[in-house]
Design a protein around this ligand. Structure first.
Ligand code: GUE
Length: 282
């Protein structure tokens, strides 16, 4: 079994990205990212901190805007308008999920789609499905970079994705379809899930249930991508895949932590650098 080592791939990408940051700075542009975090969800705080750290390491400008859970939609929308108009900010995102008091769609729609580094804005979703992406959702982009790094060719492969979220499942499907895979999206209403997942050459799991996928879901030699960020019975970070159970059946697998997570951040940073390059080139 080959471990798909997100930390290793991320640091290899970091070297290339640091050079791009340096080159764009020579042209007088420093790539700038902002992250809006609402409330004090501890997991979100960890991700946000990791994003800040990576941005700083790459020599980028990075600002965190932290609102209390009681923030009003208006305050949030005002901040978004300010970032839309801030020329130093190439891209920004609002960490999801938001508190129930806030209309998530309205917030996402308020982000200028040219600065929507998450690729969640409706026009960016459309561009992605047409096959002419502007910005791409970071987790999906990170997964594709990872597979490319390990020379996993998707052309003609059967891909099964468990999970149909706008953040992960759907964009992974669009991007793998563009690589000529045969893509199936499974979800909570799917019948005979195990029979379906056993047809997968590549299985992507993004459901948010700790250790849900065991070896009886997997074809011998499958590539398994675990997008889960869950806690096991001892409160330890784990994925949606029972790693120890599947490790002798899968040919390649992402660990949690150290798999998709670091790649998500890499993809996000790369997206901001691309937007900064566009700014520098006018
Ligand atoms: N608008 C928006 N965009 C997102 O991209 C977004 C979001 N909202 N909401 C939450 C999810 C989750 N996410 C992660 C990013 C990095 C790690 C990460 O760095 N993980 C490390 C460390 C995890 C740890 O130590 O806790 C790892 O897997 O090795 C995890 C999860 C981005 N998300």
């Amino acid at each position: 079994m080959i471990l798909l080592d997100g930390k290793k791939v991320a640091s290899a990408q970091d070297e290339k990205m640091a050079q791009r940051v340096a080159a764009v700075k020579e042209k007088g542009v420093t790539p700038g990212i902002a992250v809006i975090l609402v409330g004090d969800n501890s997991a979100s705080a960890v991700y946000v901190r990791n994003k800040q750290r990576r941005a700083e390491k790459l020599g980028m400008n990075s600002q965190l805007i932290h609102f209390e859970a009681g923030v009003t939609e208006k305050e949030l929308l005002d901040k978004i308008a300010e970032l839309n108009n801030d020329p130093q900010v190439d891209g920004f995102l609002v960490q999801l999920p938001l508190p129930d008091t806030i209309d998530e769609d309205r917030v996402i729609n308020a982000i200028d789609s040219s600065k929507d580094v998450d690729g969640f804005a409706p026009d960016n979703v459309g561009h992605l499905w047409i096959g002419e992406p502007h910005t791409k959702p970071a987790t999906a982009a990170g997964i594709l970079t990872m597979l490319d790094y390990y020379d996993v060719d998707l052309d003609g492969k059967n891909v099964v994705i468990i999970g149909r979220s706008n953040i992960v499942g759907k964009p992974v499907a669009a991007m793998m379809l563009a690589k000529n895979a045969t893509v199936t999206i499974a979800h909570s209403h799917t019948k005979n899930l195990k029979e379906l997942t056993k047809t997968a050459d590549v299985l992507v799991v993004a459901i948010g249930k700790a250790k849900f996928v065991t070896k009886d879901y997997i074809k011998d030699g499958a590539v398994v991508i675990d997008v889960g960020m869950d806690r096991d019975e001892n409160g330890k970070l784990c994925g949606d895949v029972d790693f120890d159970d599947v490790k002798d059946t899968a040919s390649m697998i992402t660990p949690v932590p150290g798999g998709v997570g670091p790649m998500t951040i890499t993809a996000l940073m790369e997206q901001v650098i691309e937007l900064a390059e566009d700014r520098a080139n006018g």
